[in-house]
Design a protein around this ligand. Structure first.
Ligand code: DX5
Ligand code: ZN
Length: 215
């Protein structure tokens, strides 16, 4: 069970300090957007490289970008602990996942709310994590989509059948109100942006989410 605060709602003028505020979390979730795959633009590799140099915890890079086959391995080579690509954007997800692992990162595949898991179930042996999006990717602070819980259950069943260690991450609208149903459905890595950086005490918010997910 792991908590990964998203820095999308942090103060981008002082990202290094913002990472120190969540030093008790397991991962810092870094949302990379290119204004093509999603209608929003954030940060790219140069900023991620700078964050890697100062972060007290490993970085979990969520790449909401076109052509991840070309761009994602560089994040792994830079030292990101986990790199997530969107399967909707990948040309050759198996080859990409192998490249990420070869570069030393955990390889992770994301599914938008409208993307089913079934057609990609065969990819499980190539992956260390599946991200089930619980909002349409692009913006923080959106409402949690409870209708994605059946997909989380489906992935959990497939992971149990496969028998390997594949984490299941949920991202979007995860808060003290919604984290328990995610855990109950089988998720074990929880991304929370506004629920952590919108709180006065971000570290306390992380602890509270952890407590609720373990209940
Ligand atoms: C959405 C991002 C999420 C989001 C999380 O496209 O991938 O990581 O910023 O923020 P909240 O928790 O506010 O939905
Ligand atoms: Zn994200």
């Amino acid at each position: 069970m792991q908590i990964a605060p998203s820095i999308l709602n942090a103060d981008f003028a002082r990202l290094g300090d913002e990472l120190q505020r969540i030093a008790n979390a397991d991962w810092a979730h870094i949302d990379v957007m290119d204004n093509h795959f999603v209608p929003n633009l954030t940060i790219g590799l140069p900023v991620v490289e700078s964050l890697l140099a100062v972060s007290p915890i490993p970085l979990d890079c969520h790449l909401m970008i076109d052509d991840p086959d070309r761009w994602a391995p560089a994040y792994a080579e830079a030292g990101a602990g986990s790199v997530t690509f969107h399967v909707e954007a990948a040309k050759d997800p198996v080859r990409l996942a192998r490249n990420l692992r070869a570069a030393g990162a955990r390889a992770s595949m994301a599914l938008k709310p409208g993307t089913p898991f079934g057609p990609y179930a065969d990819l499980l042996p190539e992956l260390d994590m599946i991200l089930v999006m619980t909002v349409e990717p692009g913006f923080g602070g959106q409402s949690f989509m409870a209708d994605q819980m059946p997909k989380v259950r489906e992935v959990r069943s497939a992971v149990e059948r496969f028998g390997g260690e594949v984490w299941i991450q949920v991202d979007g609208g995860v808060s003290a109100k919604t984290i328990e149903q995610c855990a109950e459905a089988g998720a074990d890595v929880f991304v929370a942006g506004s629920a952590v950086y919108g709180a006065d005490d971000a570290a306390a918010a992380v602890d509270e989410l952890r407590r609720l997910a373990l209940r």
